[in-house]
Design a protein around this ligand. Sequence first.
Ligand SMILES: C[S@@+](CC[C@H](N)C(=O)[O-])C[C@H]1O[C@@H](n2cnc3c(N)ncnc32)[C@H](O)[C@@H]1O
Length: 263
Amino acid sequence: MSGGATTTRVVTSLTNPTVKAVRALHMRKARQETGLFLVEGLKSVAEAVDLGRVPRILLHAEAADHPLLQRAAALAGETLIVSPAVLAKISRRDNPQTVLGVFEQAFTPLSALDPGASRCWVALEAVRDPGNLGTIIRTVDAAGCGGLILIGECCDPYSVECVRATMGSVFAVPIAKVDAEAFIDWRTTWPGAVVGTLLTAEADFRAAIYRDPTLILMGNEQAGLTSQLAAACDVTVKIPMRGRADSLNLAVATGVMIYAATG
Ligand SMILES: C[S@@+](CC[C@H](N)C(=O)[O-])C[C@H]1O[C@@H](n2cnc3c(N)ncnc32)[C@H](O)[C@@H]1O
């Protein structure tokens, strides 16, 4: 398959229309309007291509030359060679990656998730920190979980910060988003255990019965799990806090729970 247009002269201007459009993807409004998102680094771009995703736009530095980049460029709708200063402005970093890709967002409808496809799934209520969300997406991928369900007002999994933290796993993990009422309704059809996490729970997480497929439910960074969602769980558990800290970081707690559920 051959790719789209390639600009062979080096683009140095921030007013170039493609550069402007790619920079705008730092804003949630632009991502919502276009359905696109920005991915930094050849590793993540190559991961996307491996999974059958086609870059809409590819930008790279003049010296960047790698078989994986050539493969991505052959597919891309548009390829631009850009100056280091333009890469730095787009990435908002002093030492930017030399390859950037723009891809289509791909949320999965809740109805398309197959609970039997994995022993473990994760649902997050109102996650707010993109670094936490990206780390959780990476952990869900690494542990072989089936996917991630975002409940309520969550931060955007396709923000640049979140995608950066996923290290390419954003392409490998099915992500659904849903409001609390629709989740509670859908949860009634769940064939395995629904295990919620609460600092005030009686049960130790190691004592819970994780009946496959287990759906782990994690709460918001500040407020924890709402009583509405805690009531929708078969059981709620806590991870013991032995020092002075009163809770674990959300992403760390999610990792502990995933490995408890999958052994
Ligand atoms: C930073 S904690 C929330 C703290 C919040 N102040 C509260 O009272 O729940 C964010 C989420 O991480 C999980 N979490 C953190 N530490 C935990 C623990 N020790 N046991 C169970 N879940 C925990 C829960 O899902 C929690 O909702």
